[in-house]
Design a protein around this ligand. Structure first.
Ligand SMILES: Nc1nc2c(ncn2[C@@H]2O[C@H](COP(=O)(O)OP(=O)(O)OP(=O)(O)O)[C@@H](O)[C@H]2O)c(=O)[nH]1
Ligand SMILES: [Mg+2]
Length: 480
């Protein structure tokens, strides 16, 4: 990871696979002239799934290629065969990725390895004509198209999850300490300059009572300066990365020769900035290291300030990232703290393995009706719009089926309540209908309201082109 490749925010365009279409087919048998319907259902579209993966440390890949699509479901086949399910698109993201809607609402938090979020579920497969056969509709001549799904925009934000966050002034030695402490692990590379981006290192810190190793994840963030909480310096942008650290390790430069600076002053500045960013941060377990004690002046300084720091109840360790002095004690101390507090990258339990599923908004929303400027009525309901889009309403059987379904869902009642009368134009999705409800299906007040307006629209009855018949779903609207 280097400065150029660290990305901790990005926008992605996600789209599940469309559902496959159901088909219309009839059985062919040697001695049966016209067999029953046996068109199979389409397969469901695949899902776009984000997976928290410890091997991914930045959102850079998604930043470069932000369009994520899953596979389309296969169409149904004859002999009742169901189409294949579309391929899922599994996308590894860093542990600590938060998924947000474009308005900033948090939708999912991938805060542990293996945690998954279905961010774009695939469309439903359309049903084949076999699925529409009933006692009253023995020969359905229609099938549903697969559900088409829309693209959604999501914001991804990375909040690194580490056990210990190293904070301090620039050049206090944070990066040098992380490098020394986690030298044996390949996740940390050498980076010689001031830190521009947050960086994680894994430190092996001894063993637990049961013999299992204690791994501590260290977060190295850019140095903080006075005014960081207001956006000064590099650190401000990254303060959120320490938000999830259980332990804050203050790295103080005991060897600084800069006028006006000493370790206690530096600590106060950093504490003030942390508090201004998030007062909750000061409630974390905190530990202080006085760094650079390989320098004689630093040893003197450490001796001078230690009493003042301890008087505040702080635990103080003296270390040198250069000579390695005090590092074993620091490693041991951090390991013990994390062993007690629990590691950030704890194993996910089974409950957590259930993925979060983000359904498109409005699926369960009540049916809305709006009056158009030209007098028509616009039905607003993703659910009903989907039914209309999936059915071939030119087929009279499909139209009747649709109308029965809409009536049961309360679309007619909602239209009458909104003032629609027989013959009015009703728009659902991009399909226009002439409104022709059955008064018998309406509660008394609405029936009266409908019949009261009947006299002037009675001549529009002719628009009802759907043939009446012995169809269980009934239905009398005509698609215009
Ligand atoms: N003598 C001595 N020098 C050190 C020690 N630790 C770090 N340094 C030096 O201090 C300078 C800054 O060290 P870094 O580790 O980059 O400091 P940092 O806190 O990560 O700095 P920023 O990333 O800018 O916030 C480098 O020149 C290091 O070699 C130490 O224990 N002793
Ligand atoms: Mg650094």
């Amino acid at each position: 990871m280097n400065a150029a490749s660290f990305v901790d925010e990005c926008t992605v365009h996600v789209r599940g696979g469309d559902g496959g279409s159901g088909i219309v087919a009839f059985r062919r048998e040697a001695h049966v002239p016209r067999g029953g319907p046996d068109g199979g259902d389409g397969g469901d579209g695949g899902d776009v799934v984000l997976v928290a993966d410890p091997n991914v440390t930045s959102l850079v890949d998604l930043h470069r290629a932000p369009h994520l699509r899953a596979g389309r479901g296969g169409d149904g086949g004859g002999k009742g065969r169901t189409g294949a399910r579309g391929d899922d698109r599994l996308v590894p993201v860093p542990v600590g990725t938060i998924v947000r809607a474009t308005d900033g609402t948090a939708l999912a938090d991938l805060s542990a390895p293996g945690r998954r979020a279905v961010v774009a579920p695939g469309g439903r497969g359309g049903r084949g004509n076999r699925s529409f056969a009933t006692r009253f509709r023995r020969v359905p001549t229609f099938a549903e198209r697969g559900e088409r799904v829309d693209e959604t925009l999501l914001r991804l934000e990375l909040r690194l999850i580490a056990d210990v966050g190293l904070v301090g002034f620039p050049s206090a030695g944070k990066s040098s300490l992380v490098r020394r402490l986690s030298a044996a692990t390949p996740r940390v590379e050498a980076w010689p300059f001031t830190t521009l981006t947050p960086h994680l290192g894994v430190m092996r810190a001894g063993d637990r009572a049961d013999g299992s190793p204690i791994d501590v994840v260290l977060a190295d963030v850019p140095g903080l300066v006075e005014g960081a909480a207001d956006g000064k310096g590099l650190g401000s942008r990254f303060l959120r990365h320490v938000a999830r650290c259980r332990v804050l390790l203050h790295v103080l430069d005991a060897g600084t020769a800069e006028p006006g600076r000493d370790p206690v002053h530096d600590l106060d500045v950093v504490l003030r900035e942390l508090e201004r960013h998030d007062p909750g941060l000061l409630g974390r377990t905190q530990l202080v290291v006085l760094n650079k004690v390989d320098l004689p002046d630093a040893v003197t300084m450490a001796g001078l300030v230690r009493p003042a720091l301890e008087a505040r109840g702080l635990e103080v360790l003296e270390v040198s990232a250069v000579s390695g002095a005090g590092l074993d004690a620091l490693r041991y101390r951090l390991g013990a703290l994390i062993d007690t507090l629990g590691a950030a990258h704890a194993a996910v339990d089974d409950v957590d393995r259930e993925p979060v599923v983000l359904r498109p908004a409005g699926h369960a929303a009540p049916i809305g009706v709006e009056r158009d400027a030209d007098g028509g009525y616009h039905v607003r309901s993703p659910r009903v719009e989907r039914w209309v889009a999936m059915l071939p309403i030119d087929d009279p059987g499909a139209a009747r089926y649709l109308q029965g379904r809409m009536r049961r869902a309360g679309v007619e009642r909602a239209l009458v309540a909104a003032g629609a009368r027989r013959g009015d134009v009703v728009l659902i999705g991009d399909v226009e209908f002439a409104f022709d409800p059955d008064p018998q299906d309406l509660p008394p007040e609405e029936r009266e309201a409908l019949l009261a307006g009947e006299a002037d629209t009675a001549d529009l009855d002719g628009l009802d082109v759907a043939p009446e018949g012995a169809d269980a779903d009934g239905g009398r609207w005509a698609s215009a």
